[in-house]
Design a protein around this ligand. Sequence first.
Ligand SMILES: Cc1cc2nc3c(=O)[nH]c(=O)nc-3n(C[C@H](O)[C@H](O)[C@H](O)COP(=O)(O)O)c2cc1C
Length: 354
Amino acid sequence: MDPKRALIHYFTGTGNTGHAVQRVADELARAGYAVTQYRVERKGALPAGAFDLHLFAFPVYGFSAPALFLQYVRELPAPPAGTAAAILSVNGATMAGGNVMPGCSGGSMETVARALQGKGYDVFLTAAVSYPANWTQMMNPAGAADQQLIFAQAAAEVAAFAAKLLRHHSGRGGSGRMSSLVAGVVAFVFRLYGRRVLGKLYVADRRCTACGQCVRNCPAGTIRMGGARPVWRGNCQACNRCINLCPTQAIQTSVVRLLVHGPILALAEVVLAVLVVVYGWPLTSGWSPAARAAAAVAAIGVLLVVVSLLQLTLLEGVLGWLERRSWLRPLFEMSFTRRFRRYLAPGFGPLSDG
Ligand SMILES: Cc1cc2nc3c(=O)[nH]c(=O)nc-3n(C[C@H](O)[C@H](O)[C@H](O)COP(=O)(O)O)c2cc1C
């Protein structure tokens, strides 16, 4: 008899999800499955044929599955009705008082499950595991001893998940502690807007050798060489592969960019919102209080959308121009991440060097 076939679809930024998936694949293979792993990255041909079991695994960014992964799931062809599928979200654990604090999936697994069920998959199992947090752009990754503790806990979580998968055990778990409404809003805003802004905070400092490894390894192909330094365009997934993979640790979070895209822009938005309300209020003098309040909220909403669009286009153009002035470059290269460690899961390295 032919062995059962399993297909693992996964995305990984810094290798944690790849690490978890390899362990699950090993367990499936031990149980007699023929396992194919498919790394969702840019465009590539989907493995052909029918599979008895599908696993969808992804890291969580801003309580969401990576935008690229969600798009991939939404574009998958429909399988034979009732095809078995499971979902694994790989979260970021941190340490607090010597204890491993698991991450939070928000509503990411439910969103992926809904997309799969809409295609006819039977999603029988969802679970979350926590690996070391990889958000080097904003926080110093765990040191070696803490990583060991987190990996020990992750190994147990992955083994428990694989055992359930093999027993075809039904279960929904691991969303974390957040209200689904709040988590859903955060995830939506992050996918649409947050991840793109995070990409605009990077700068490559003078240690950059223009080797192009960040360009070649960006899973969304959003980094290009602009002269002798990389430039981050608009489709950043916020996976933090570039900052962690750079061989000379030249990629940093620019403090100037962080201030402009963060507090300075937020302050400008507050001022503009106040002006809109102050000058718009008299124009609605004949309206009911509810209609006036609704109009004010709508006007502020439109204002925020317009400012966000200008932020990612006009403002970004101005910042890019200023950054290219050699006398201003040191200002843009000011960063706190120069002192941070870098994080890649064991065994994870560049996709290609050529
Ligand atoms: C921008 C960003 C946002 C993140 N948001 C979350 C989150 O909402 N919840 C969580 O548990 N972990 C979060 N993490 C941590 C990663 O999900 C975690 O480190 C994961 O194991 C990375 O997997 P990978 O190496 O396969 O990319 C975030 C990481 C980044 C870079």
